[in-house]
Design a protein around this ligand. Structure first.
Ligand code: CA
Length: 234
């Protein structure tokens, strides 16, 4: 009898697996792949961080004991640059360590050895938790963080991934002015050429898309400092 194959998901969730043990990685890749996830494997911390920056996954499975960078440090950096759910794989059973991990930004942990089915269940819990969906409402703007949908006055606004990342950052704290450096770090994840006007170009595009949808005055430019999102006066 052929093995049961689950129906293909319409929008497969992407899991980044940072794990230096190729045997565990292969096993998890196979199990998660079979469950309908798209798994990307990074065999060390450096490659993992690059993946996280360049193509943020829906969920991160992170081995703590990596050859190059401490997993806890990776969890910290991942949470700094976005709100990706993190499940940590740890070899230690020490309660103290686990408390530290959870405080440090991990959403859940598994102690090795574990059964792949247990990881699968925990991944589903994390993703389900997210899919209840945070919706940010600022004036007539509605920003669905998880599904990356933006509406203005009920009308859908189609944004590029970078434009969305920009809006997502600014809307995380309405009114706060984000410096160009902060924006570059969050949205591009790496330094841009000095003198690059790419931030201004994306702000201008975002502003014009919002304006086309009837949402005026949300993006505020603070000369010499940066940008903020605010609710315009009625
Ligand atoms: Ca390891």
């Amino acid at each position: 009898m052929p093995p049961e194959t689950p129906p293909p998901q319409e929008d497969p969730k992407r899991v980044l697996l940072i794990e230096d043990d190729p045997e565990i990685a292969r096993l998890l890749e196979a199990e998660l792949g079979e469950a309908g996830f798209l798994v990307e494997w990074a065999p060390n911390g450096m490659q993992g961080l690059v993946r996280l920056r360049e193509d943020p996954p829906d969920l991160l499975v992170l081995d703590l004991g990596l050859p190059d960078i401490d997993g806890a440090e990776i969890a910290r950096r991942a949470k700094q640059s976005g709100d990706v759910p993190i499940i940590v794989l740890t070899a230690t059973d020490a309660v103290e360590r686990k408390v530290q991990l959870l405080l440090g930004g991990a959403d859940d942990y598994l102690t090795k050895p574990f059964h792949p089915a247990e990881l699968l269940a925990r991944i589903q819990v994390q993703l389900r938790g997210r899919s209840t969906g945070e919706v940010r409402r600022i004036g007539e703007l509605e920003i669905e963080v998880e599904t990356r949908r933006v509406r203005a006055g009920g009308q859908e606004v189609a944004l590029s991934p970078k434009e969305f990342a920009l809006l997502e950052l600014l809307s995380s704290r309405p009114g706060r002015v984000f410096s160009r450096d902060e924006i570059v770090r969050h949205v591009w994840g790496k330094p841009l050429d000095s003198g690059s006007n790419v931030v201004d170009v994306h702000i201008a595009n975002l502003r014009s898309k919002l304006r086309d949808a009837g949402a005026y005055g949300y993006l505020r430019t603070v000369r010499g400092v940066g940008y903020a999102l605010r609710k315009p006066p009625a």
